[in-house]
Design a protein around this ligand. Structure first.
Ligand code: ZN
Length: 303
């Protein structure tokens, strides 16, 4: 009897993706990359918060997940690492909404720390997964064809229902999101912009996929994918030309969330207004990119 109960418990535990490094894909990752350690901040929840208007943060301590609500259902952008769905769902509930009302799923970049639970949420809600043409095949094979981290499935493959193009408008109820191709970090990386009116003021909002360069990425010498260097250059240039009042990003650390937000202060649409910090953050990444280009050029000349 005891044995039976234990077996039942094991089955119950195994049937839920457990946050904190024991899920099936997290184990695969650890087997393939023994040096990889899932950062605590990637598997710890953060209480949900309102950014501006109908845009909310419902992700973890570092990995950003965004909910954009409308009277006709919601858009959910990104998940966290494997098992994050339970926290995302609880966060959405505590805002007074329901994950089951999510109609559109989006992704900023096809890396496992932002995509792991898209497939489970798509199944649970019946939401349609939209993706850019370059990220779609990677989402559909669970990261296997990723030119940098590929060769193994790093997250549960998710079916893409619709390809979204650069400049395309995604509309759901009163929500209007514009798609911006910002390739480099992944070949299909994308940002999303929206305008929000609060207290008679119009805010231009960008959910930005920043051009960060993962360790081991190659621009010139044996490039990670053909055109990767031009993609990064395009993204920095394009992002700097955008008129942005409020910006957030795929990682809270990228947009200085903890310097900007104090839960006890309550909601103000001004909290995340930061046009200068936006440009500074892009320029900081661009400097790193130029340094890497120089290093690779030198390496090429030395060969
Ligand atoms: Zn990434």
């Amino acid at each position: 009897m005891k044995r039976l109960m234990l077996n039942t418990l094991v089955i119950i535990l195994l049937s839920f993706p457990v946050y904190g490094g024991t899920g099936e894909y997290t184990k695969k990752l650890q087997a393939a990359l023994p040096d990889f350690q899932m950062p605590d901040a990637w598997v710890t929840n953060h209480s949900p918060f309102r950014i501006v208007g109908n845009l909310y943060g419902v992700g973890g301590q570092d990995l950003s997940v965004y909910l954009i609500t409308s009277e006709e259902g919601h858009v959910l952008l990104n998940t966290g690492a494997e098992g994050s769905m339970q926290h995302i769902s609880a966060n959405i509930n505590s805002l007074g909404y329901d994950i089951k009302d999510v109609k559109i799923l989006l992704s900023m970049q096809s890396h496992f720390d932002h995509t792991a639970d898209l497939a489970i949420i798509r199944e649970l809600t019946g939401a349609k997964m939209y993706a850019t043409k370059k990220d779609a095949p990677i989402l559909e094979d669970g990261g296997f064809s990723d030119p940098h981290f590929g060769g193994i499935e790093t997250f549960r493959p998710v079916t893409v229902d619709k390809i979204i193009g650069n400049g395309e408008l995604i509309e759901l109820g009163n929500t209007k999101l514009t798609v911006h191709y910002h390739p480099g970090h992944t070949e299909g990386s994308s940002s999303y912009s929206m305008e929000v009116k609060e207290n008679g003021k119009l805010y231009k909002v960008l959910i930005a996929n920043m051009g960060t360069i993962n360790p081991g990425k190659q621009m010139i010498v044996d490039p990670t994918y053909p055109g990767v260097s031009q993609d990064f250059a395009y993204t920095y240039k394009n992002q700097k030309m955008m008129d942005v009042d409020i910006w957030v990003a795929a990682h809270k650390s990228q947009y200085g969330f903890y310097e900007k937000y104090q839960a006890e202060q309550g909601y103000s649409p001004e909290t995340f207004v930061d046009p200068d910090g936006y440009i500074d953050a892009i320029e900081e990444l661009e400097i790193k990119y130029i340094k890497q280009l120089n290093a690779e050029l030198k390496q090429k000349n030395d060969i």
